[in-house]
Design a protein around this ligand. Sequence first.
Ligand code: PMP
Length: 361
Amino acid sequence: MSRAFNFSAGPATLPEPVLLQVQRELLEWQGERASVMEVSHRGKAFIACAAKAEADLRELMGVPDDYAVLFLQGGATTVSALLAMNLARAGQTAEYLLTGHWGEKALENAKASVRTHVVASDADNAYRRIPDAAAWTRAADSAYFHYTSNETIHGVEFSSLPDVTDVPLVADFSSNFLARPVDVRRFGMIYAGAQKNIGPAGITVAVIRKDLLGRHGRELPPIFDWQNQVKNDSMFNTPPTFPWYVTGLVLQWMRDEGGVEVFARRNAEKAALLYSTIDGSGGFYRNPVDPAARSTMNVPFTLHDEALDKTFLAETEAAGLMGLKGHRALGGMRASIYNAMPLAGVQALADFMRDFAVRHG
Ligand code: PMP
């Protein structure tokens, strides 16, 4: 058996050079005579590893000095709950723009800590487009404006930033983090679970404008107050050292490959190939999303006859194309084509899809 092209939505495919490096250094890491999993996070070697991951992230993303970079536990879900406590005073309003499942979840997670206001939602349209800014209803005096940069299940992605400059913009970039350049200065906070674009599950990155922290006026358990994480370089308690280390290797790999612009070009090419295969199939395959909001990372699609789903999945697996089963909420298929998915993988999928449509059309 050899490794397949893995289209899983997350945890997702990792770059092979990174996995090989992990394998090479697993037993003895950095002359420590133990693996990275077995040494103190307070030791010199791990502190250096953590600092390098942060420095590489800052360089790749262009993070200004007045922004903190945190490496947190609990996944994007926990961060979506904690951000409400950290960025808003009790009773203050926060705005949410809903373009899919994960925006809804972030809203639910914030409700215990803030008054929430839905600016606009495409739920009635089954989340197939980004609501027109002309139809948004804004709240007065809100603490922040939250949106999901890429909806992993619905395959809806913002191709440009929402035009919000009056309050801090907060964005969940879990499934398109470092997929293309972003102007960090436009944001109050950006967060992302690592397990799609930059590493394994178990660590979540948050980039936060420092002056936004410490305004909440709440009595928070110290572990939930991000000021303590900033002061302690994300080591207020034992951090997830292994995912942090692997994430650092992925960031180094991204630098070696030429940085975020290179990935943006590759991602555009991969997405164009897949969407043109779907759109050119004469209705055999369909993607329901407004072309202007189609995701370059997660491509959901259905087959013209649901009865073919099982055959499609069995045949793709046999052809070395795995993880294509769609989310249970939408059914059908979903191809996740994150940074670590090579063009050759998408080419193999597109070729397979054309052939399958001929055989079963
Ligand atoms: N936001 C988005 C956009 C996601 O795709 C996911 C996970 N699929 C989450 C949040 C939740 O992340 P986690 O499982 O790390 O809490």
